[in-house]
Design a protein around this ligand. Structure first.
Ligand code: URA
Length: 218
C-alpha cells in the first residue's frame, strides 16, 4: 500500500472507530480517542486508555501523564508531532478503572490495524496493558521494562520497548528515574533499527593475559 492509500485507510478506520459500539464503554464516553501524531512515524507509543481530559479533548495523553510524556520526548529531542500516540482502549473506562478483558478484546483490532498501517519500527508500550497485549506474554512491566524485544505485528518485525507508564512515574520518584533512563535509550534503538545490520567488527587483537588475569583475579 502506498503512503497516500495508507493515510486514507487510517482516516477511514478513525471514522469507523468514532461510531464504535463494540463494548459498554461506548455508553459513557464523550468521544472516541483514536490516536494522534505522524501516521508515518518510526516510533509509536501505546498507552492504556483515555482518562478524563483525553475523553473531553479527543486526544491521547493530554493530562498530567501526557505532560510528562511531552517532557520525556523533549529530553530526547522529539515532540509529539514526530511520533504516533495511541492507546489499547479507545474509550474512557468509567472512573478511570482498569480495562477488562472483553473491552480489550473488542478494541484491540483498532490498535492492530493502526500498527499495520503506520508501520512503526519501534513501539514503546507504556505500562502493563499495552506491554502484555503487544508482547503476547503475561510478564509484568516491572520485569520487562527497558528490555527491547523483537515481535511480529501486522506481518512485520517490530522492536517492542516496554516502559513504565508515565502516570505511575508521576507519583513514584524512583520509577521516574528508571523511566527517564529507559527513555534515554530510545534514540539508540531507533538508530539501530534504521540501519542494515553492520558488517561484524574484526576481532580486536587479544592482549596477552597477565598472570593475575590468568588466575581470574580481574
Ligand atoms: N493514560 C493512558 O494510558 N492514556 C492516555 O491517553 C492518558 C493517560
Amino acid at each position: 500500500m502506498d503512503p497516500v492509500e495508507r493515510l486514507a485507510t487510517l482516516d477511514a478506520l478513525q471514522q469507523e472507530a468514532a461510531g464504535c459500539t463494540r463494548c459498554r464503554l461506548a455508553e459513557g464516553r464523550t468521544q472516541v480517542v483514536f490516536g494522534v501524531g505522524d501516521p508515518n512515524a518510526d516510533l509509536m507509543f501505546v498507552g492504556e486508555a483515555p482518562g478524563f481530559h483525553e475523553d473531553k479533548q479527543g486526544y491521547p495523553f493530554v493530562g498530567q501523564a501526557g505532560k510528562l510524556l511531552d517532557k520525556l520526548l523533549a529530553g530526547i529531542g522529539l515532540e509529539r508531532a514526530d511520533v504516533y500516540i495511541a492507546n489499547v482502549i479507545k474509550c474512557r473506562p468509567p472512573g478511570n478503572r482498569d480495562p477488562v478483558p472483553d473491552e480489550i478484546e473488542a478494541c484491540e483490532p483498532y490498535l492492530f490495524r493502526q500498527i499495520e498501517l503506520i508501520e512503526p519500527r519501534v513501539i514503546a508500550t507504556l505500562g502493563n496493558f499495552a506491554t502484555k497485549l503487544l508482547s503476547g506474554r503475561q510478564l509484568g512491566i516491572t520485569r520487562v521494562h527497558g528490555q527491547p524485544q523483537s515481535v511480529t505485528l501486522g506481518g512485520r518485525q517490530v522492536l517492542l520497548y516496554p516502559l513504565y507508564h508515565p502516570a505511575a512515574a508521576l507519583y513514584t520518584p524512583r520509577m521516574l528515574t528508571v523511566l527517564e533512563e529507559d527513555f534515554a535509550r530510545l534514540p539508540g534503538l531507533l538508530d539501530l533499527e534504521s540501519h542494515e545490520p553492520a558488517e561484524p567488527e574484526p576481532e580486536p587483537e587479544l592482549a596477552a593475559a597477565t598472570p593475575a588475569e590468568q588466575l581470574g583475579l580481574f
